[in-house]
Write a protein that binds this ligand. Structure first.
Ligand SMILES: O=P(O)(O)OC[C@H]1O[C@H](O)[C@H](O)[C@@H](O)[C@@H]1O
Length: 448
């Protein structure tokens, strides 16, 4: 039995029983494309076996590096954008208490993220916040040439050198990048930083279980052995192409069935604030994998019950092109009992003695019924615990689901050609060498 369970029982109004068996041949074909490598983007299927086929020596080095940082740093900054930070931050938030950076008596450094925007204010404030404290950085970029992390790295490297000198700074810089190419690789080799590798056959959005995610997660105290074990067990679980046996494939099939009926936007939802970043990770995974050739489900996210008081109206009664996938934690790590209050002026007496997790659960059931009545299909991924094993399992569930889903929709789930368009324009407008013609063209367009 799968460790996490997928519940599509609320879909009866939207999907008939026969539809799953009728889409099965397409799922079987998608499975074949993925497993046999006959599908588009077949060079990027490394995520399939990563949970068992990872580099064990590097894994040990990651643990040693994490220990070193824990021993000599009050602050750790992970520099990266897209797949080079979302998985790490999602995992760290998922595995730690809310407000982990503010906890008293922490045994691990505070962890922050940089290089995921071009905001000068953000980087300025981060530098101020680090102040004179001891810190280390992990610069993460698969290509090694991405502008946002490169800028942040320059700034933070300069701060390290100013504080520790060039030799001391080197001891506090960890570079995660391609094994052979890119500016970051060249610099890491030249300067002698400790290096970790993003394997060639793993795309950025599928890289959280490589060094990209593992080093920051380990620095923050996460159990990366359990994380990999969860993913490895999911790998064994989700092998049968039969959608009645394989819940990840059933999820992929159902979202494709819904998409074909006009449900073109999917909201990934949670009922725990520290799963917000999980939704951000998922959006890149889904959006970059599926949104191409002028088609694909638009991935969005919502955080409940927070957004029930803002987006809730739209979800209940707006344009009927939405469906929802809830990531629901069965057994949240902590809870609060609602206290007695004799005066009962707030009218909450009927909840006295009940736990907040109990109320949260009732909210979830109420929402599923209300949204279903309102014409919104809801599916749920039940995750037993907010721990590393469950997280690894859940990550693998969504990774394999999106690969199948992409092939079902006739696209290459492993490339992202569309993200280059804005970059070219930005480089041209910044006057980068090699973009001279485009600079002229765009400047003329802007000055028209
Ligand atoms: O790791 P990097 O090469 O710096 O890339 C970081 C991110 O930016 C790119 O624009 C891609 O669209 C993403 O797939 C990638 O995760």
């Amino acid at each position: 039995m799968a460790h996490i369970s997928f519940d599509s029982s609320a879909l009866t109004k939207f999907v008939h029983d026969n539809e799953l068996s009728e889409i099965q041949p397409l799922v079987t074909a998608a499975d074949k494309e993925l497993r046999e490598g006959t599908g588009a983007g077949n060079d990027f299927r490394g995520f399939l076996d990563l949970p068992v086929a990872y580099d064990k020596d590097e894994f040990a080095r990651i643990k040693a590096a994490a220990k070193k940082v824990q021993g000599n740093s009050e602050v750790f900054v992970a520099i990266g954008i897209g797949g080079s930070y979302l998985g790490a931050q999602a995992a760290i938030d998922f595995l730690n208490p809310n407000f982990y950076n503010q906890q008293a008596n922490r045994s691990v450094p505070e962890v922050y993220f940089a290089g995921n925007s071009i905001s000068g204010s953000y980087l300025h404030d981060l530098v101020q916040m680090i102040g004179d404290r001891d810190f280390s950085i992990n610069v993460i970029s698969k290509s090694g040439t991405t502008t946002e992390p490169s800028i942040a790295f320059r700034v933070l490297k300069a701060k390290l050198i100013a504080k520790y000198g060039a030799a001391g700074a080197k001891e506090r810089i960890f570079a995660t990048t391609d094994k052979a190419k890119g500016a970051l690789k060249t610099e890491a080799d030249a300067e002698g930083y400790e290096e970790f590798v993003v394997p060639d056959d793993i795309g950025g959005r599928f890289s959280v279980l490589s060094a990209v995610g593992l080093l920051p997660i380990a620095v923050a105290g996460g159990d990366i052995d359990q994380l990999m074990q969860g993913a490895a067990d999911a790998r064994s679980e989700y092998t049968n192409p039969d959608v009645t046996k394989n819940e990840a494939y059933r999820y992929a099939a159902l979202r494709n069935i819904l998409y074909r009926k006009g449900f073109t936007t999917e909201l990934l939802e949670n009922y725990e604030p520290n799963l917000r970043l999980f939704g951000e990770w998922w959006k890149q995974l889904m959006g970059e994998s599926e949104g191409k050739d002028q088609k694909g489900i638009y991935p969005s996210s919502a955080n409940f019950s927070t957004d029930l008081h803002s987006l809730g109206q739209y979800i209940q009664e707006g344009l009927r092109n939405l469906f929802e996938t809830v990531v629901k934690i069965d057994d949240a790590p902590n809870d609060v009992t609602i206290p007695d209050d004799d005066k009962n002026l707030d009218g909450l007496g009927y909840l006295a003695g009940k736990s907040m997790n109990y109320v949260n659960d009732k909210a979830y059931h109420g929402v599923v019924l209300a949204h279903t009545d309102g014409g919104v299909p809801v599916m749920t991924v039940n995750v037993p615990k907010q721990d590393a094993y469950s997280l690894g399992y859940t990550i693998y569930f969504f990774e394999i689901a999106v690969a199948i889903s992409g092939y079902l929709n006739g696209i290459n789930p492993f490339n992202q050609p569309g993200v280059e368009a804005y970059k070219k324009n930005m480089f041209a407008l910044l006057g980068r060498q090699g973009y001279e013609e485009l600079t002229k063209e765009l400047t003329a367009r802007l000055n028209k």
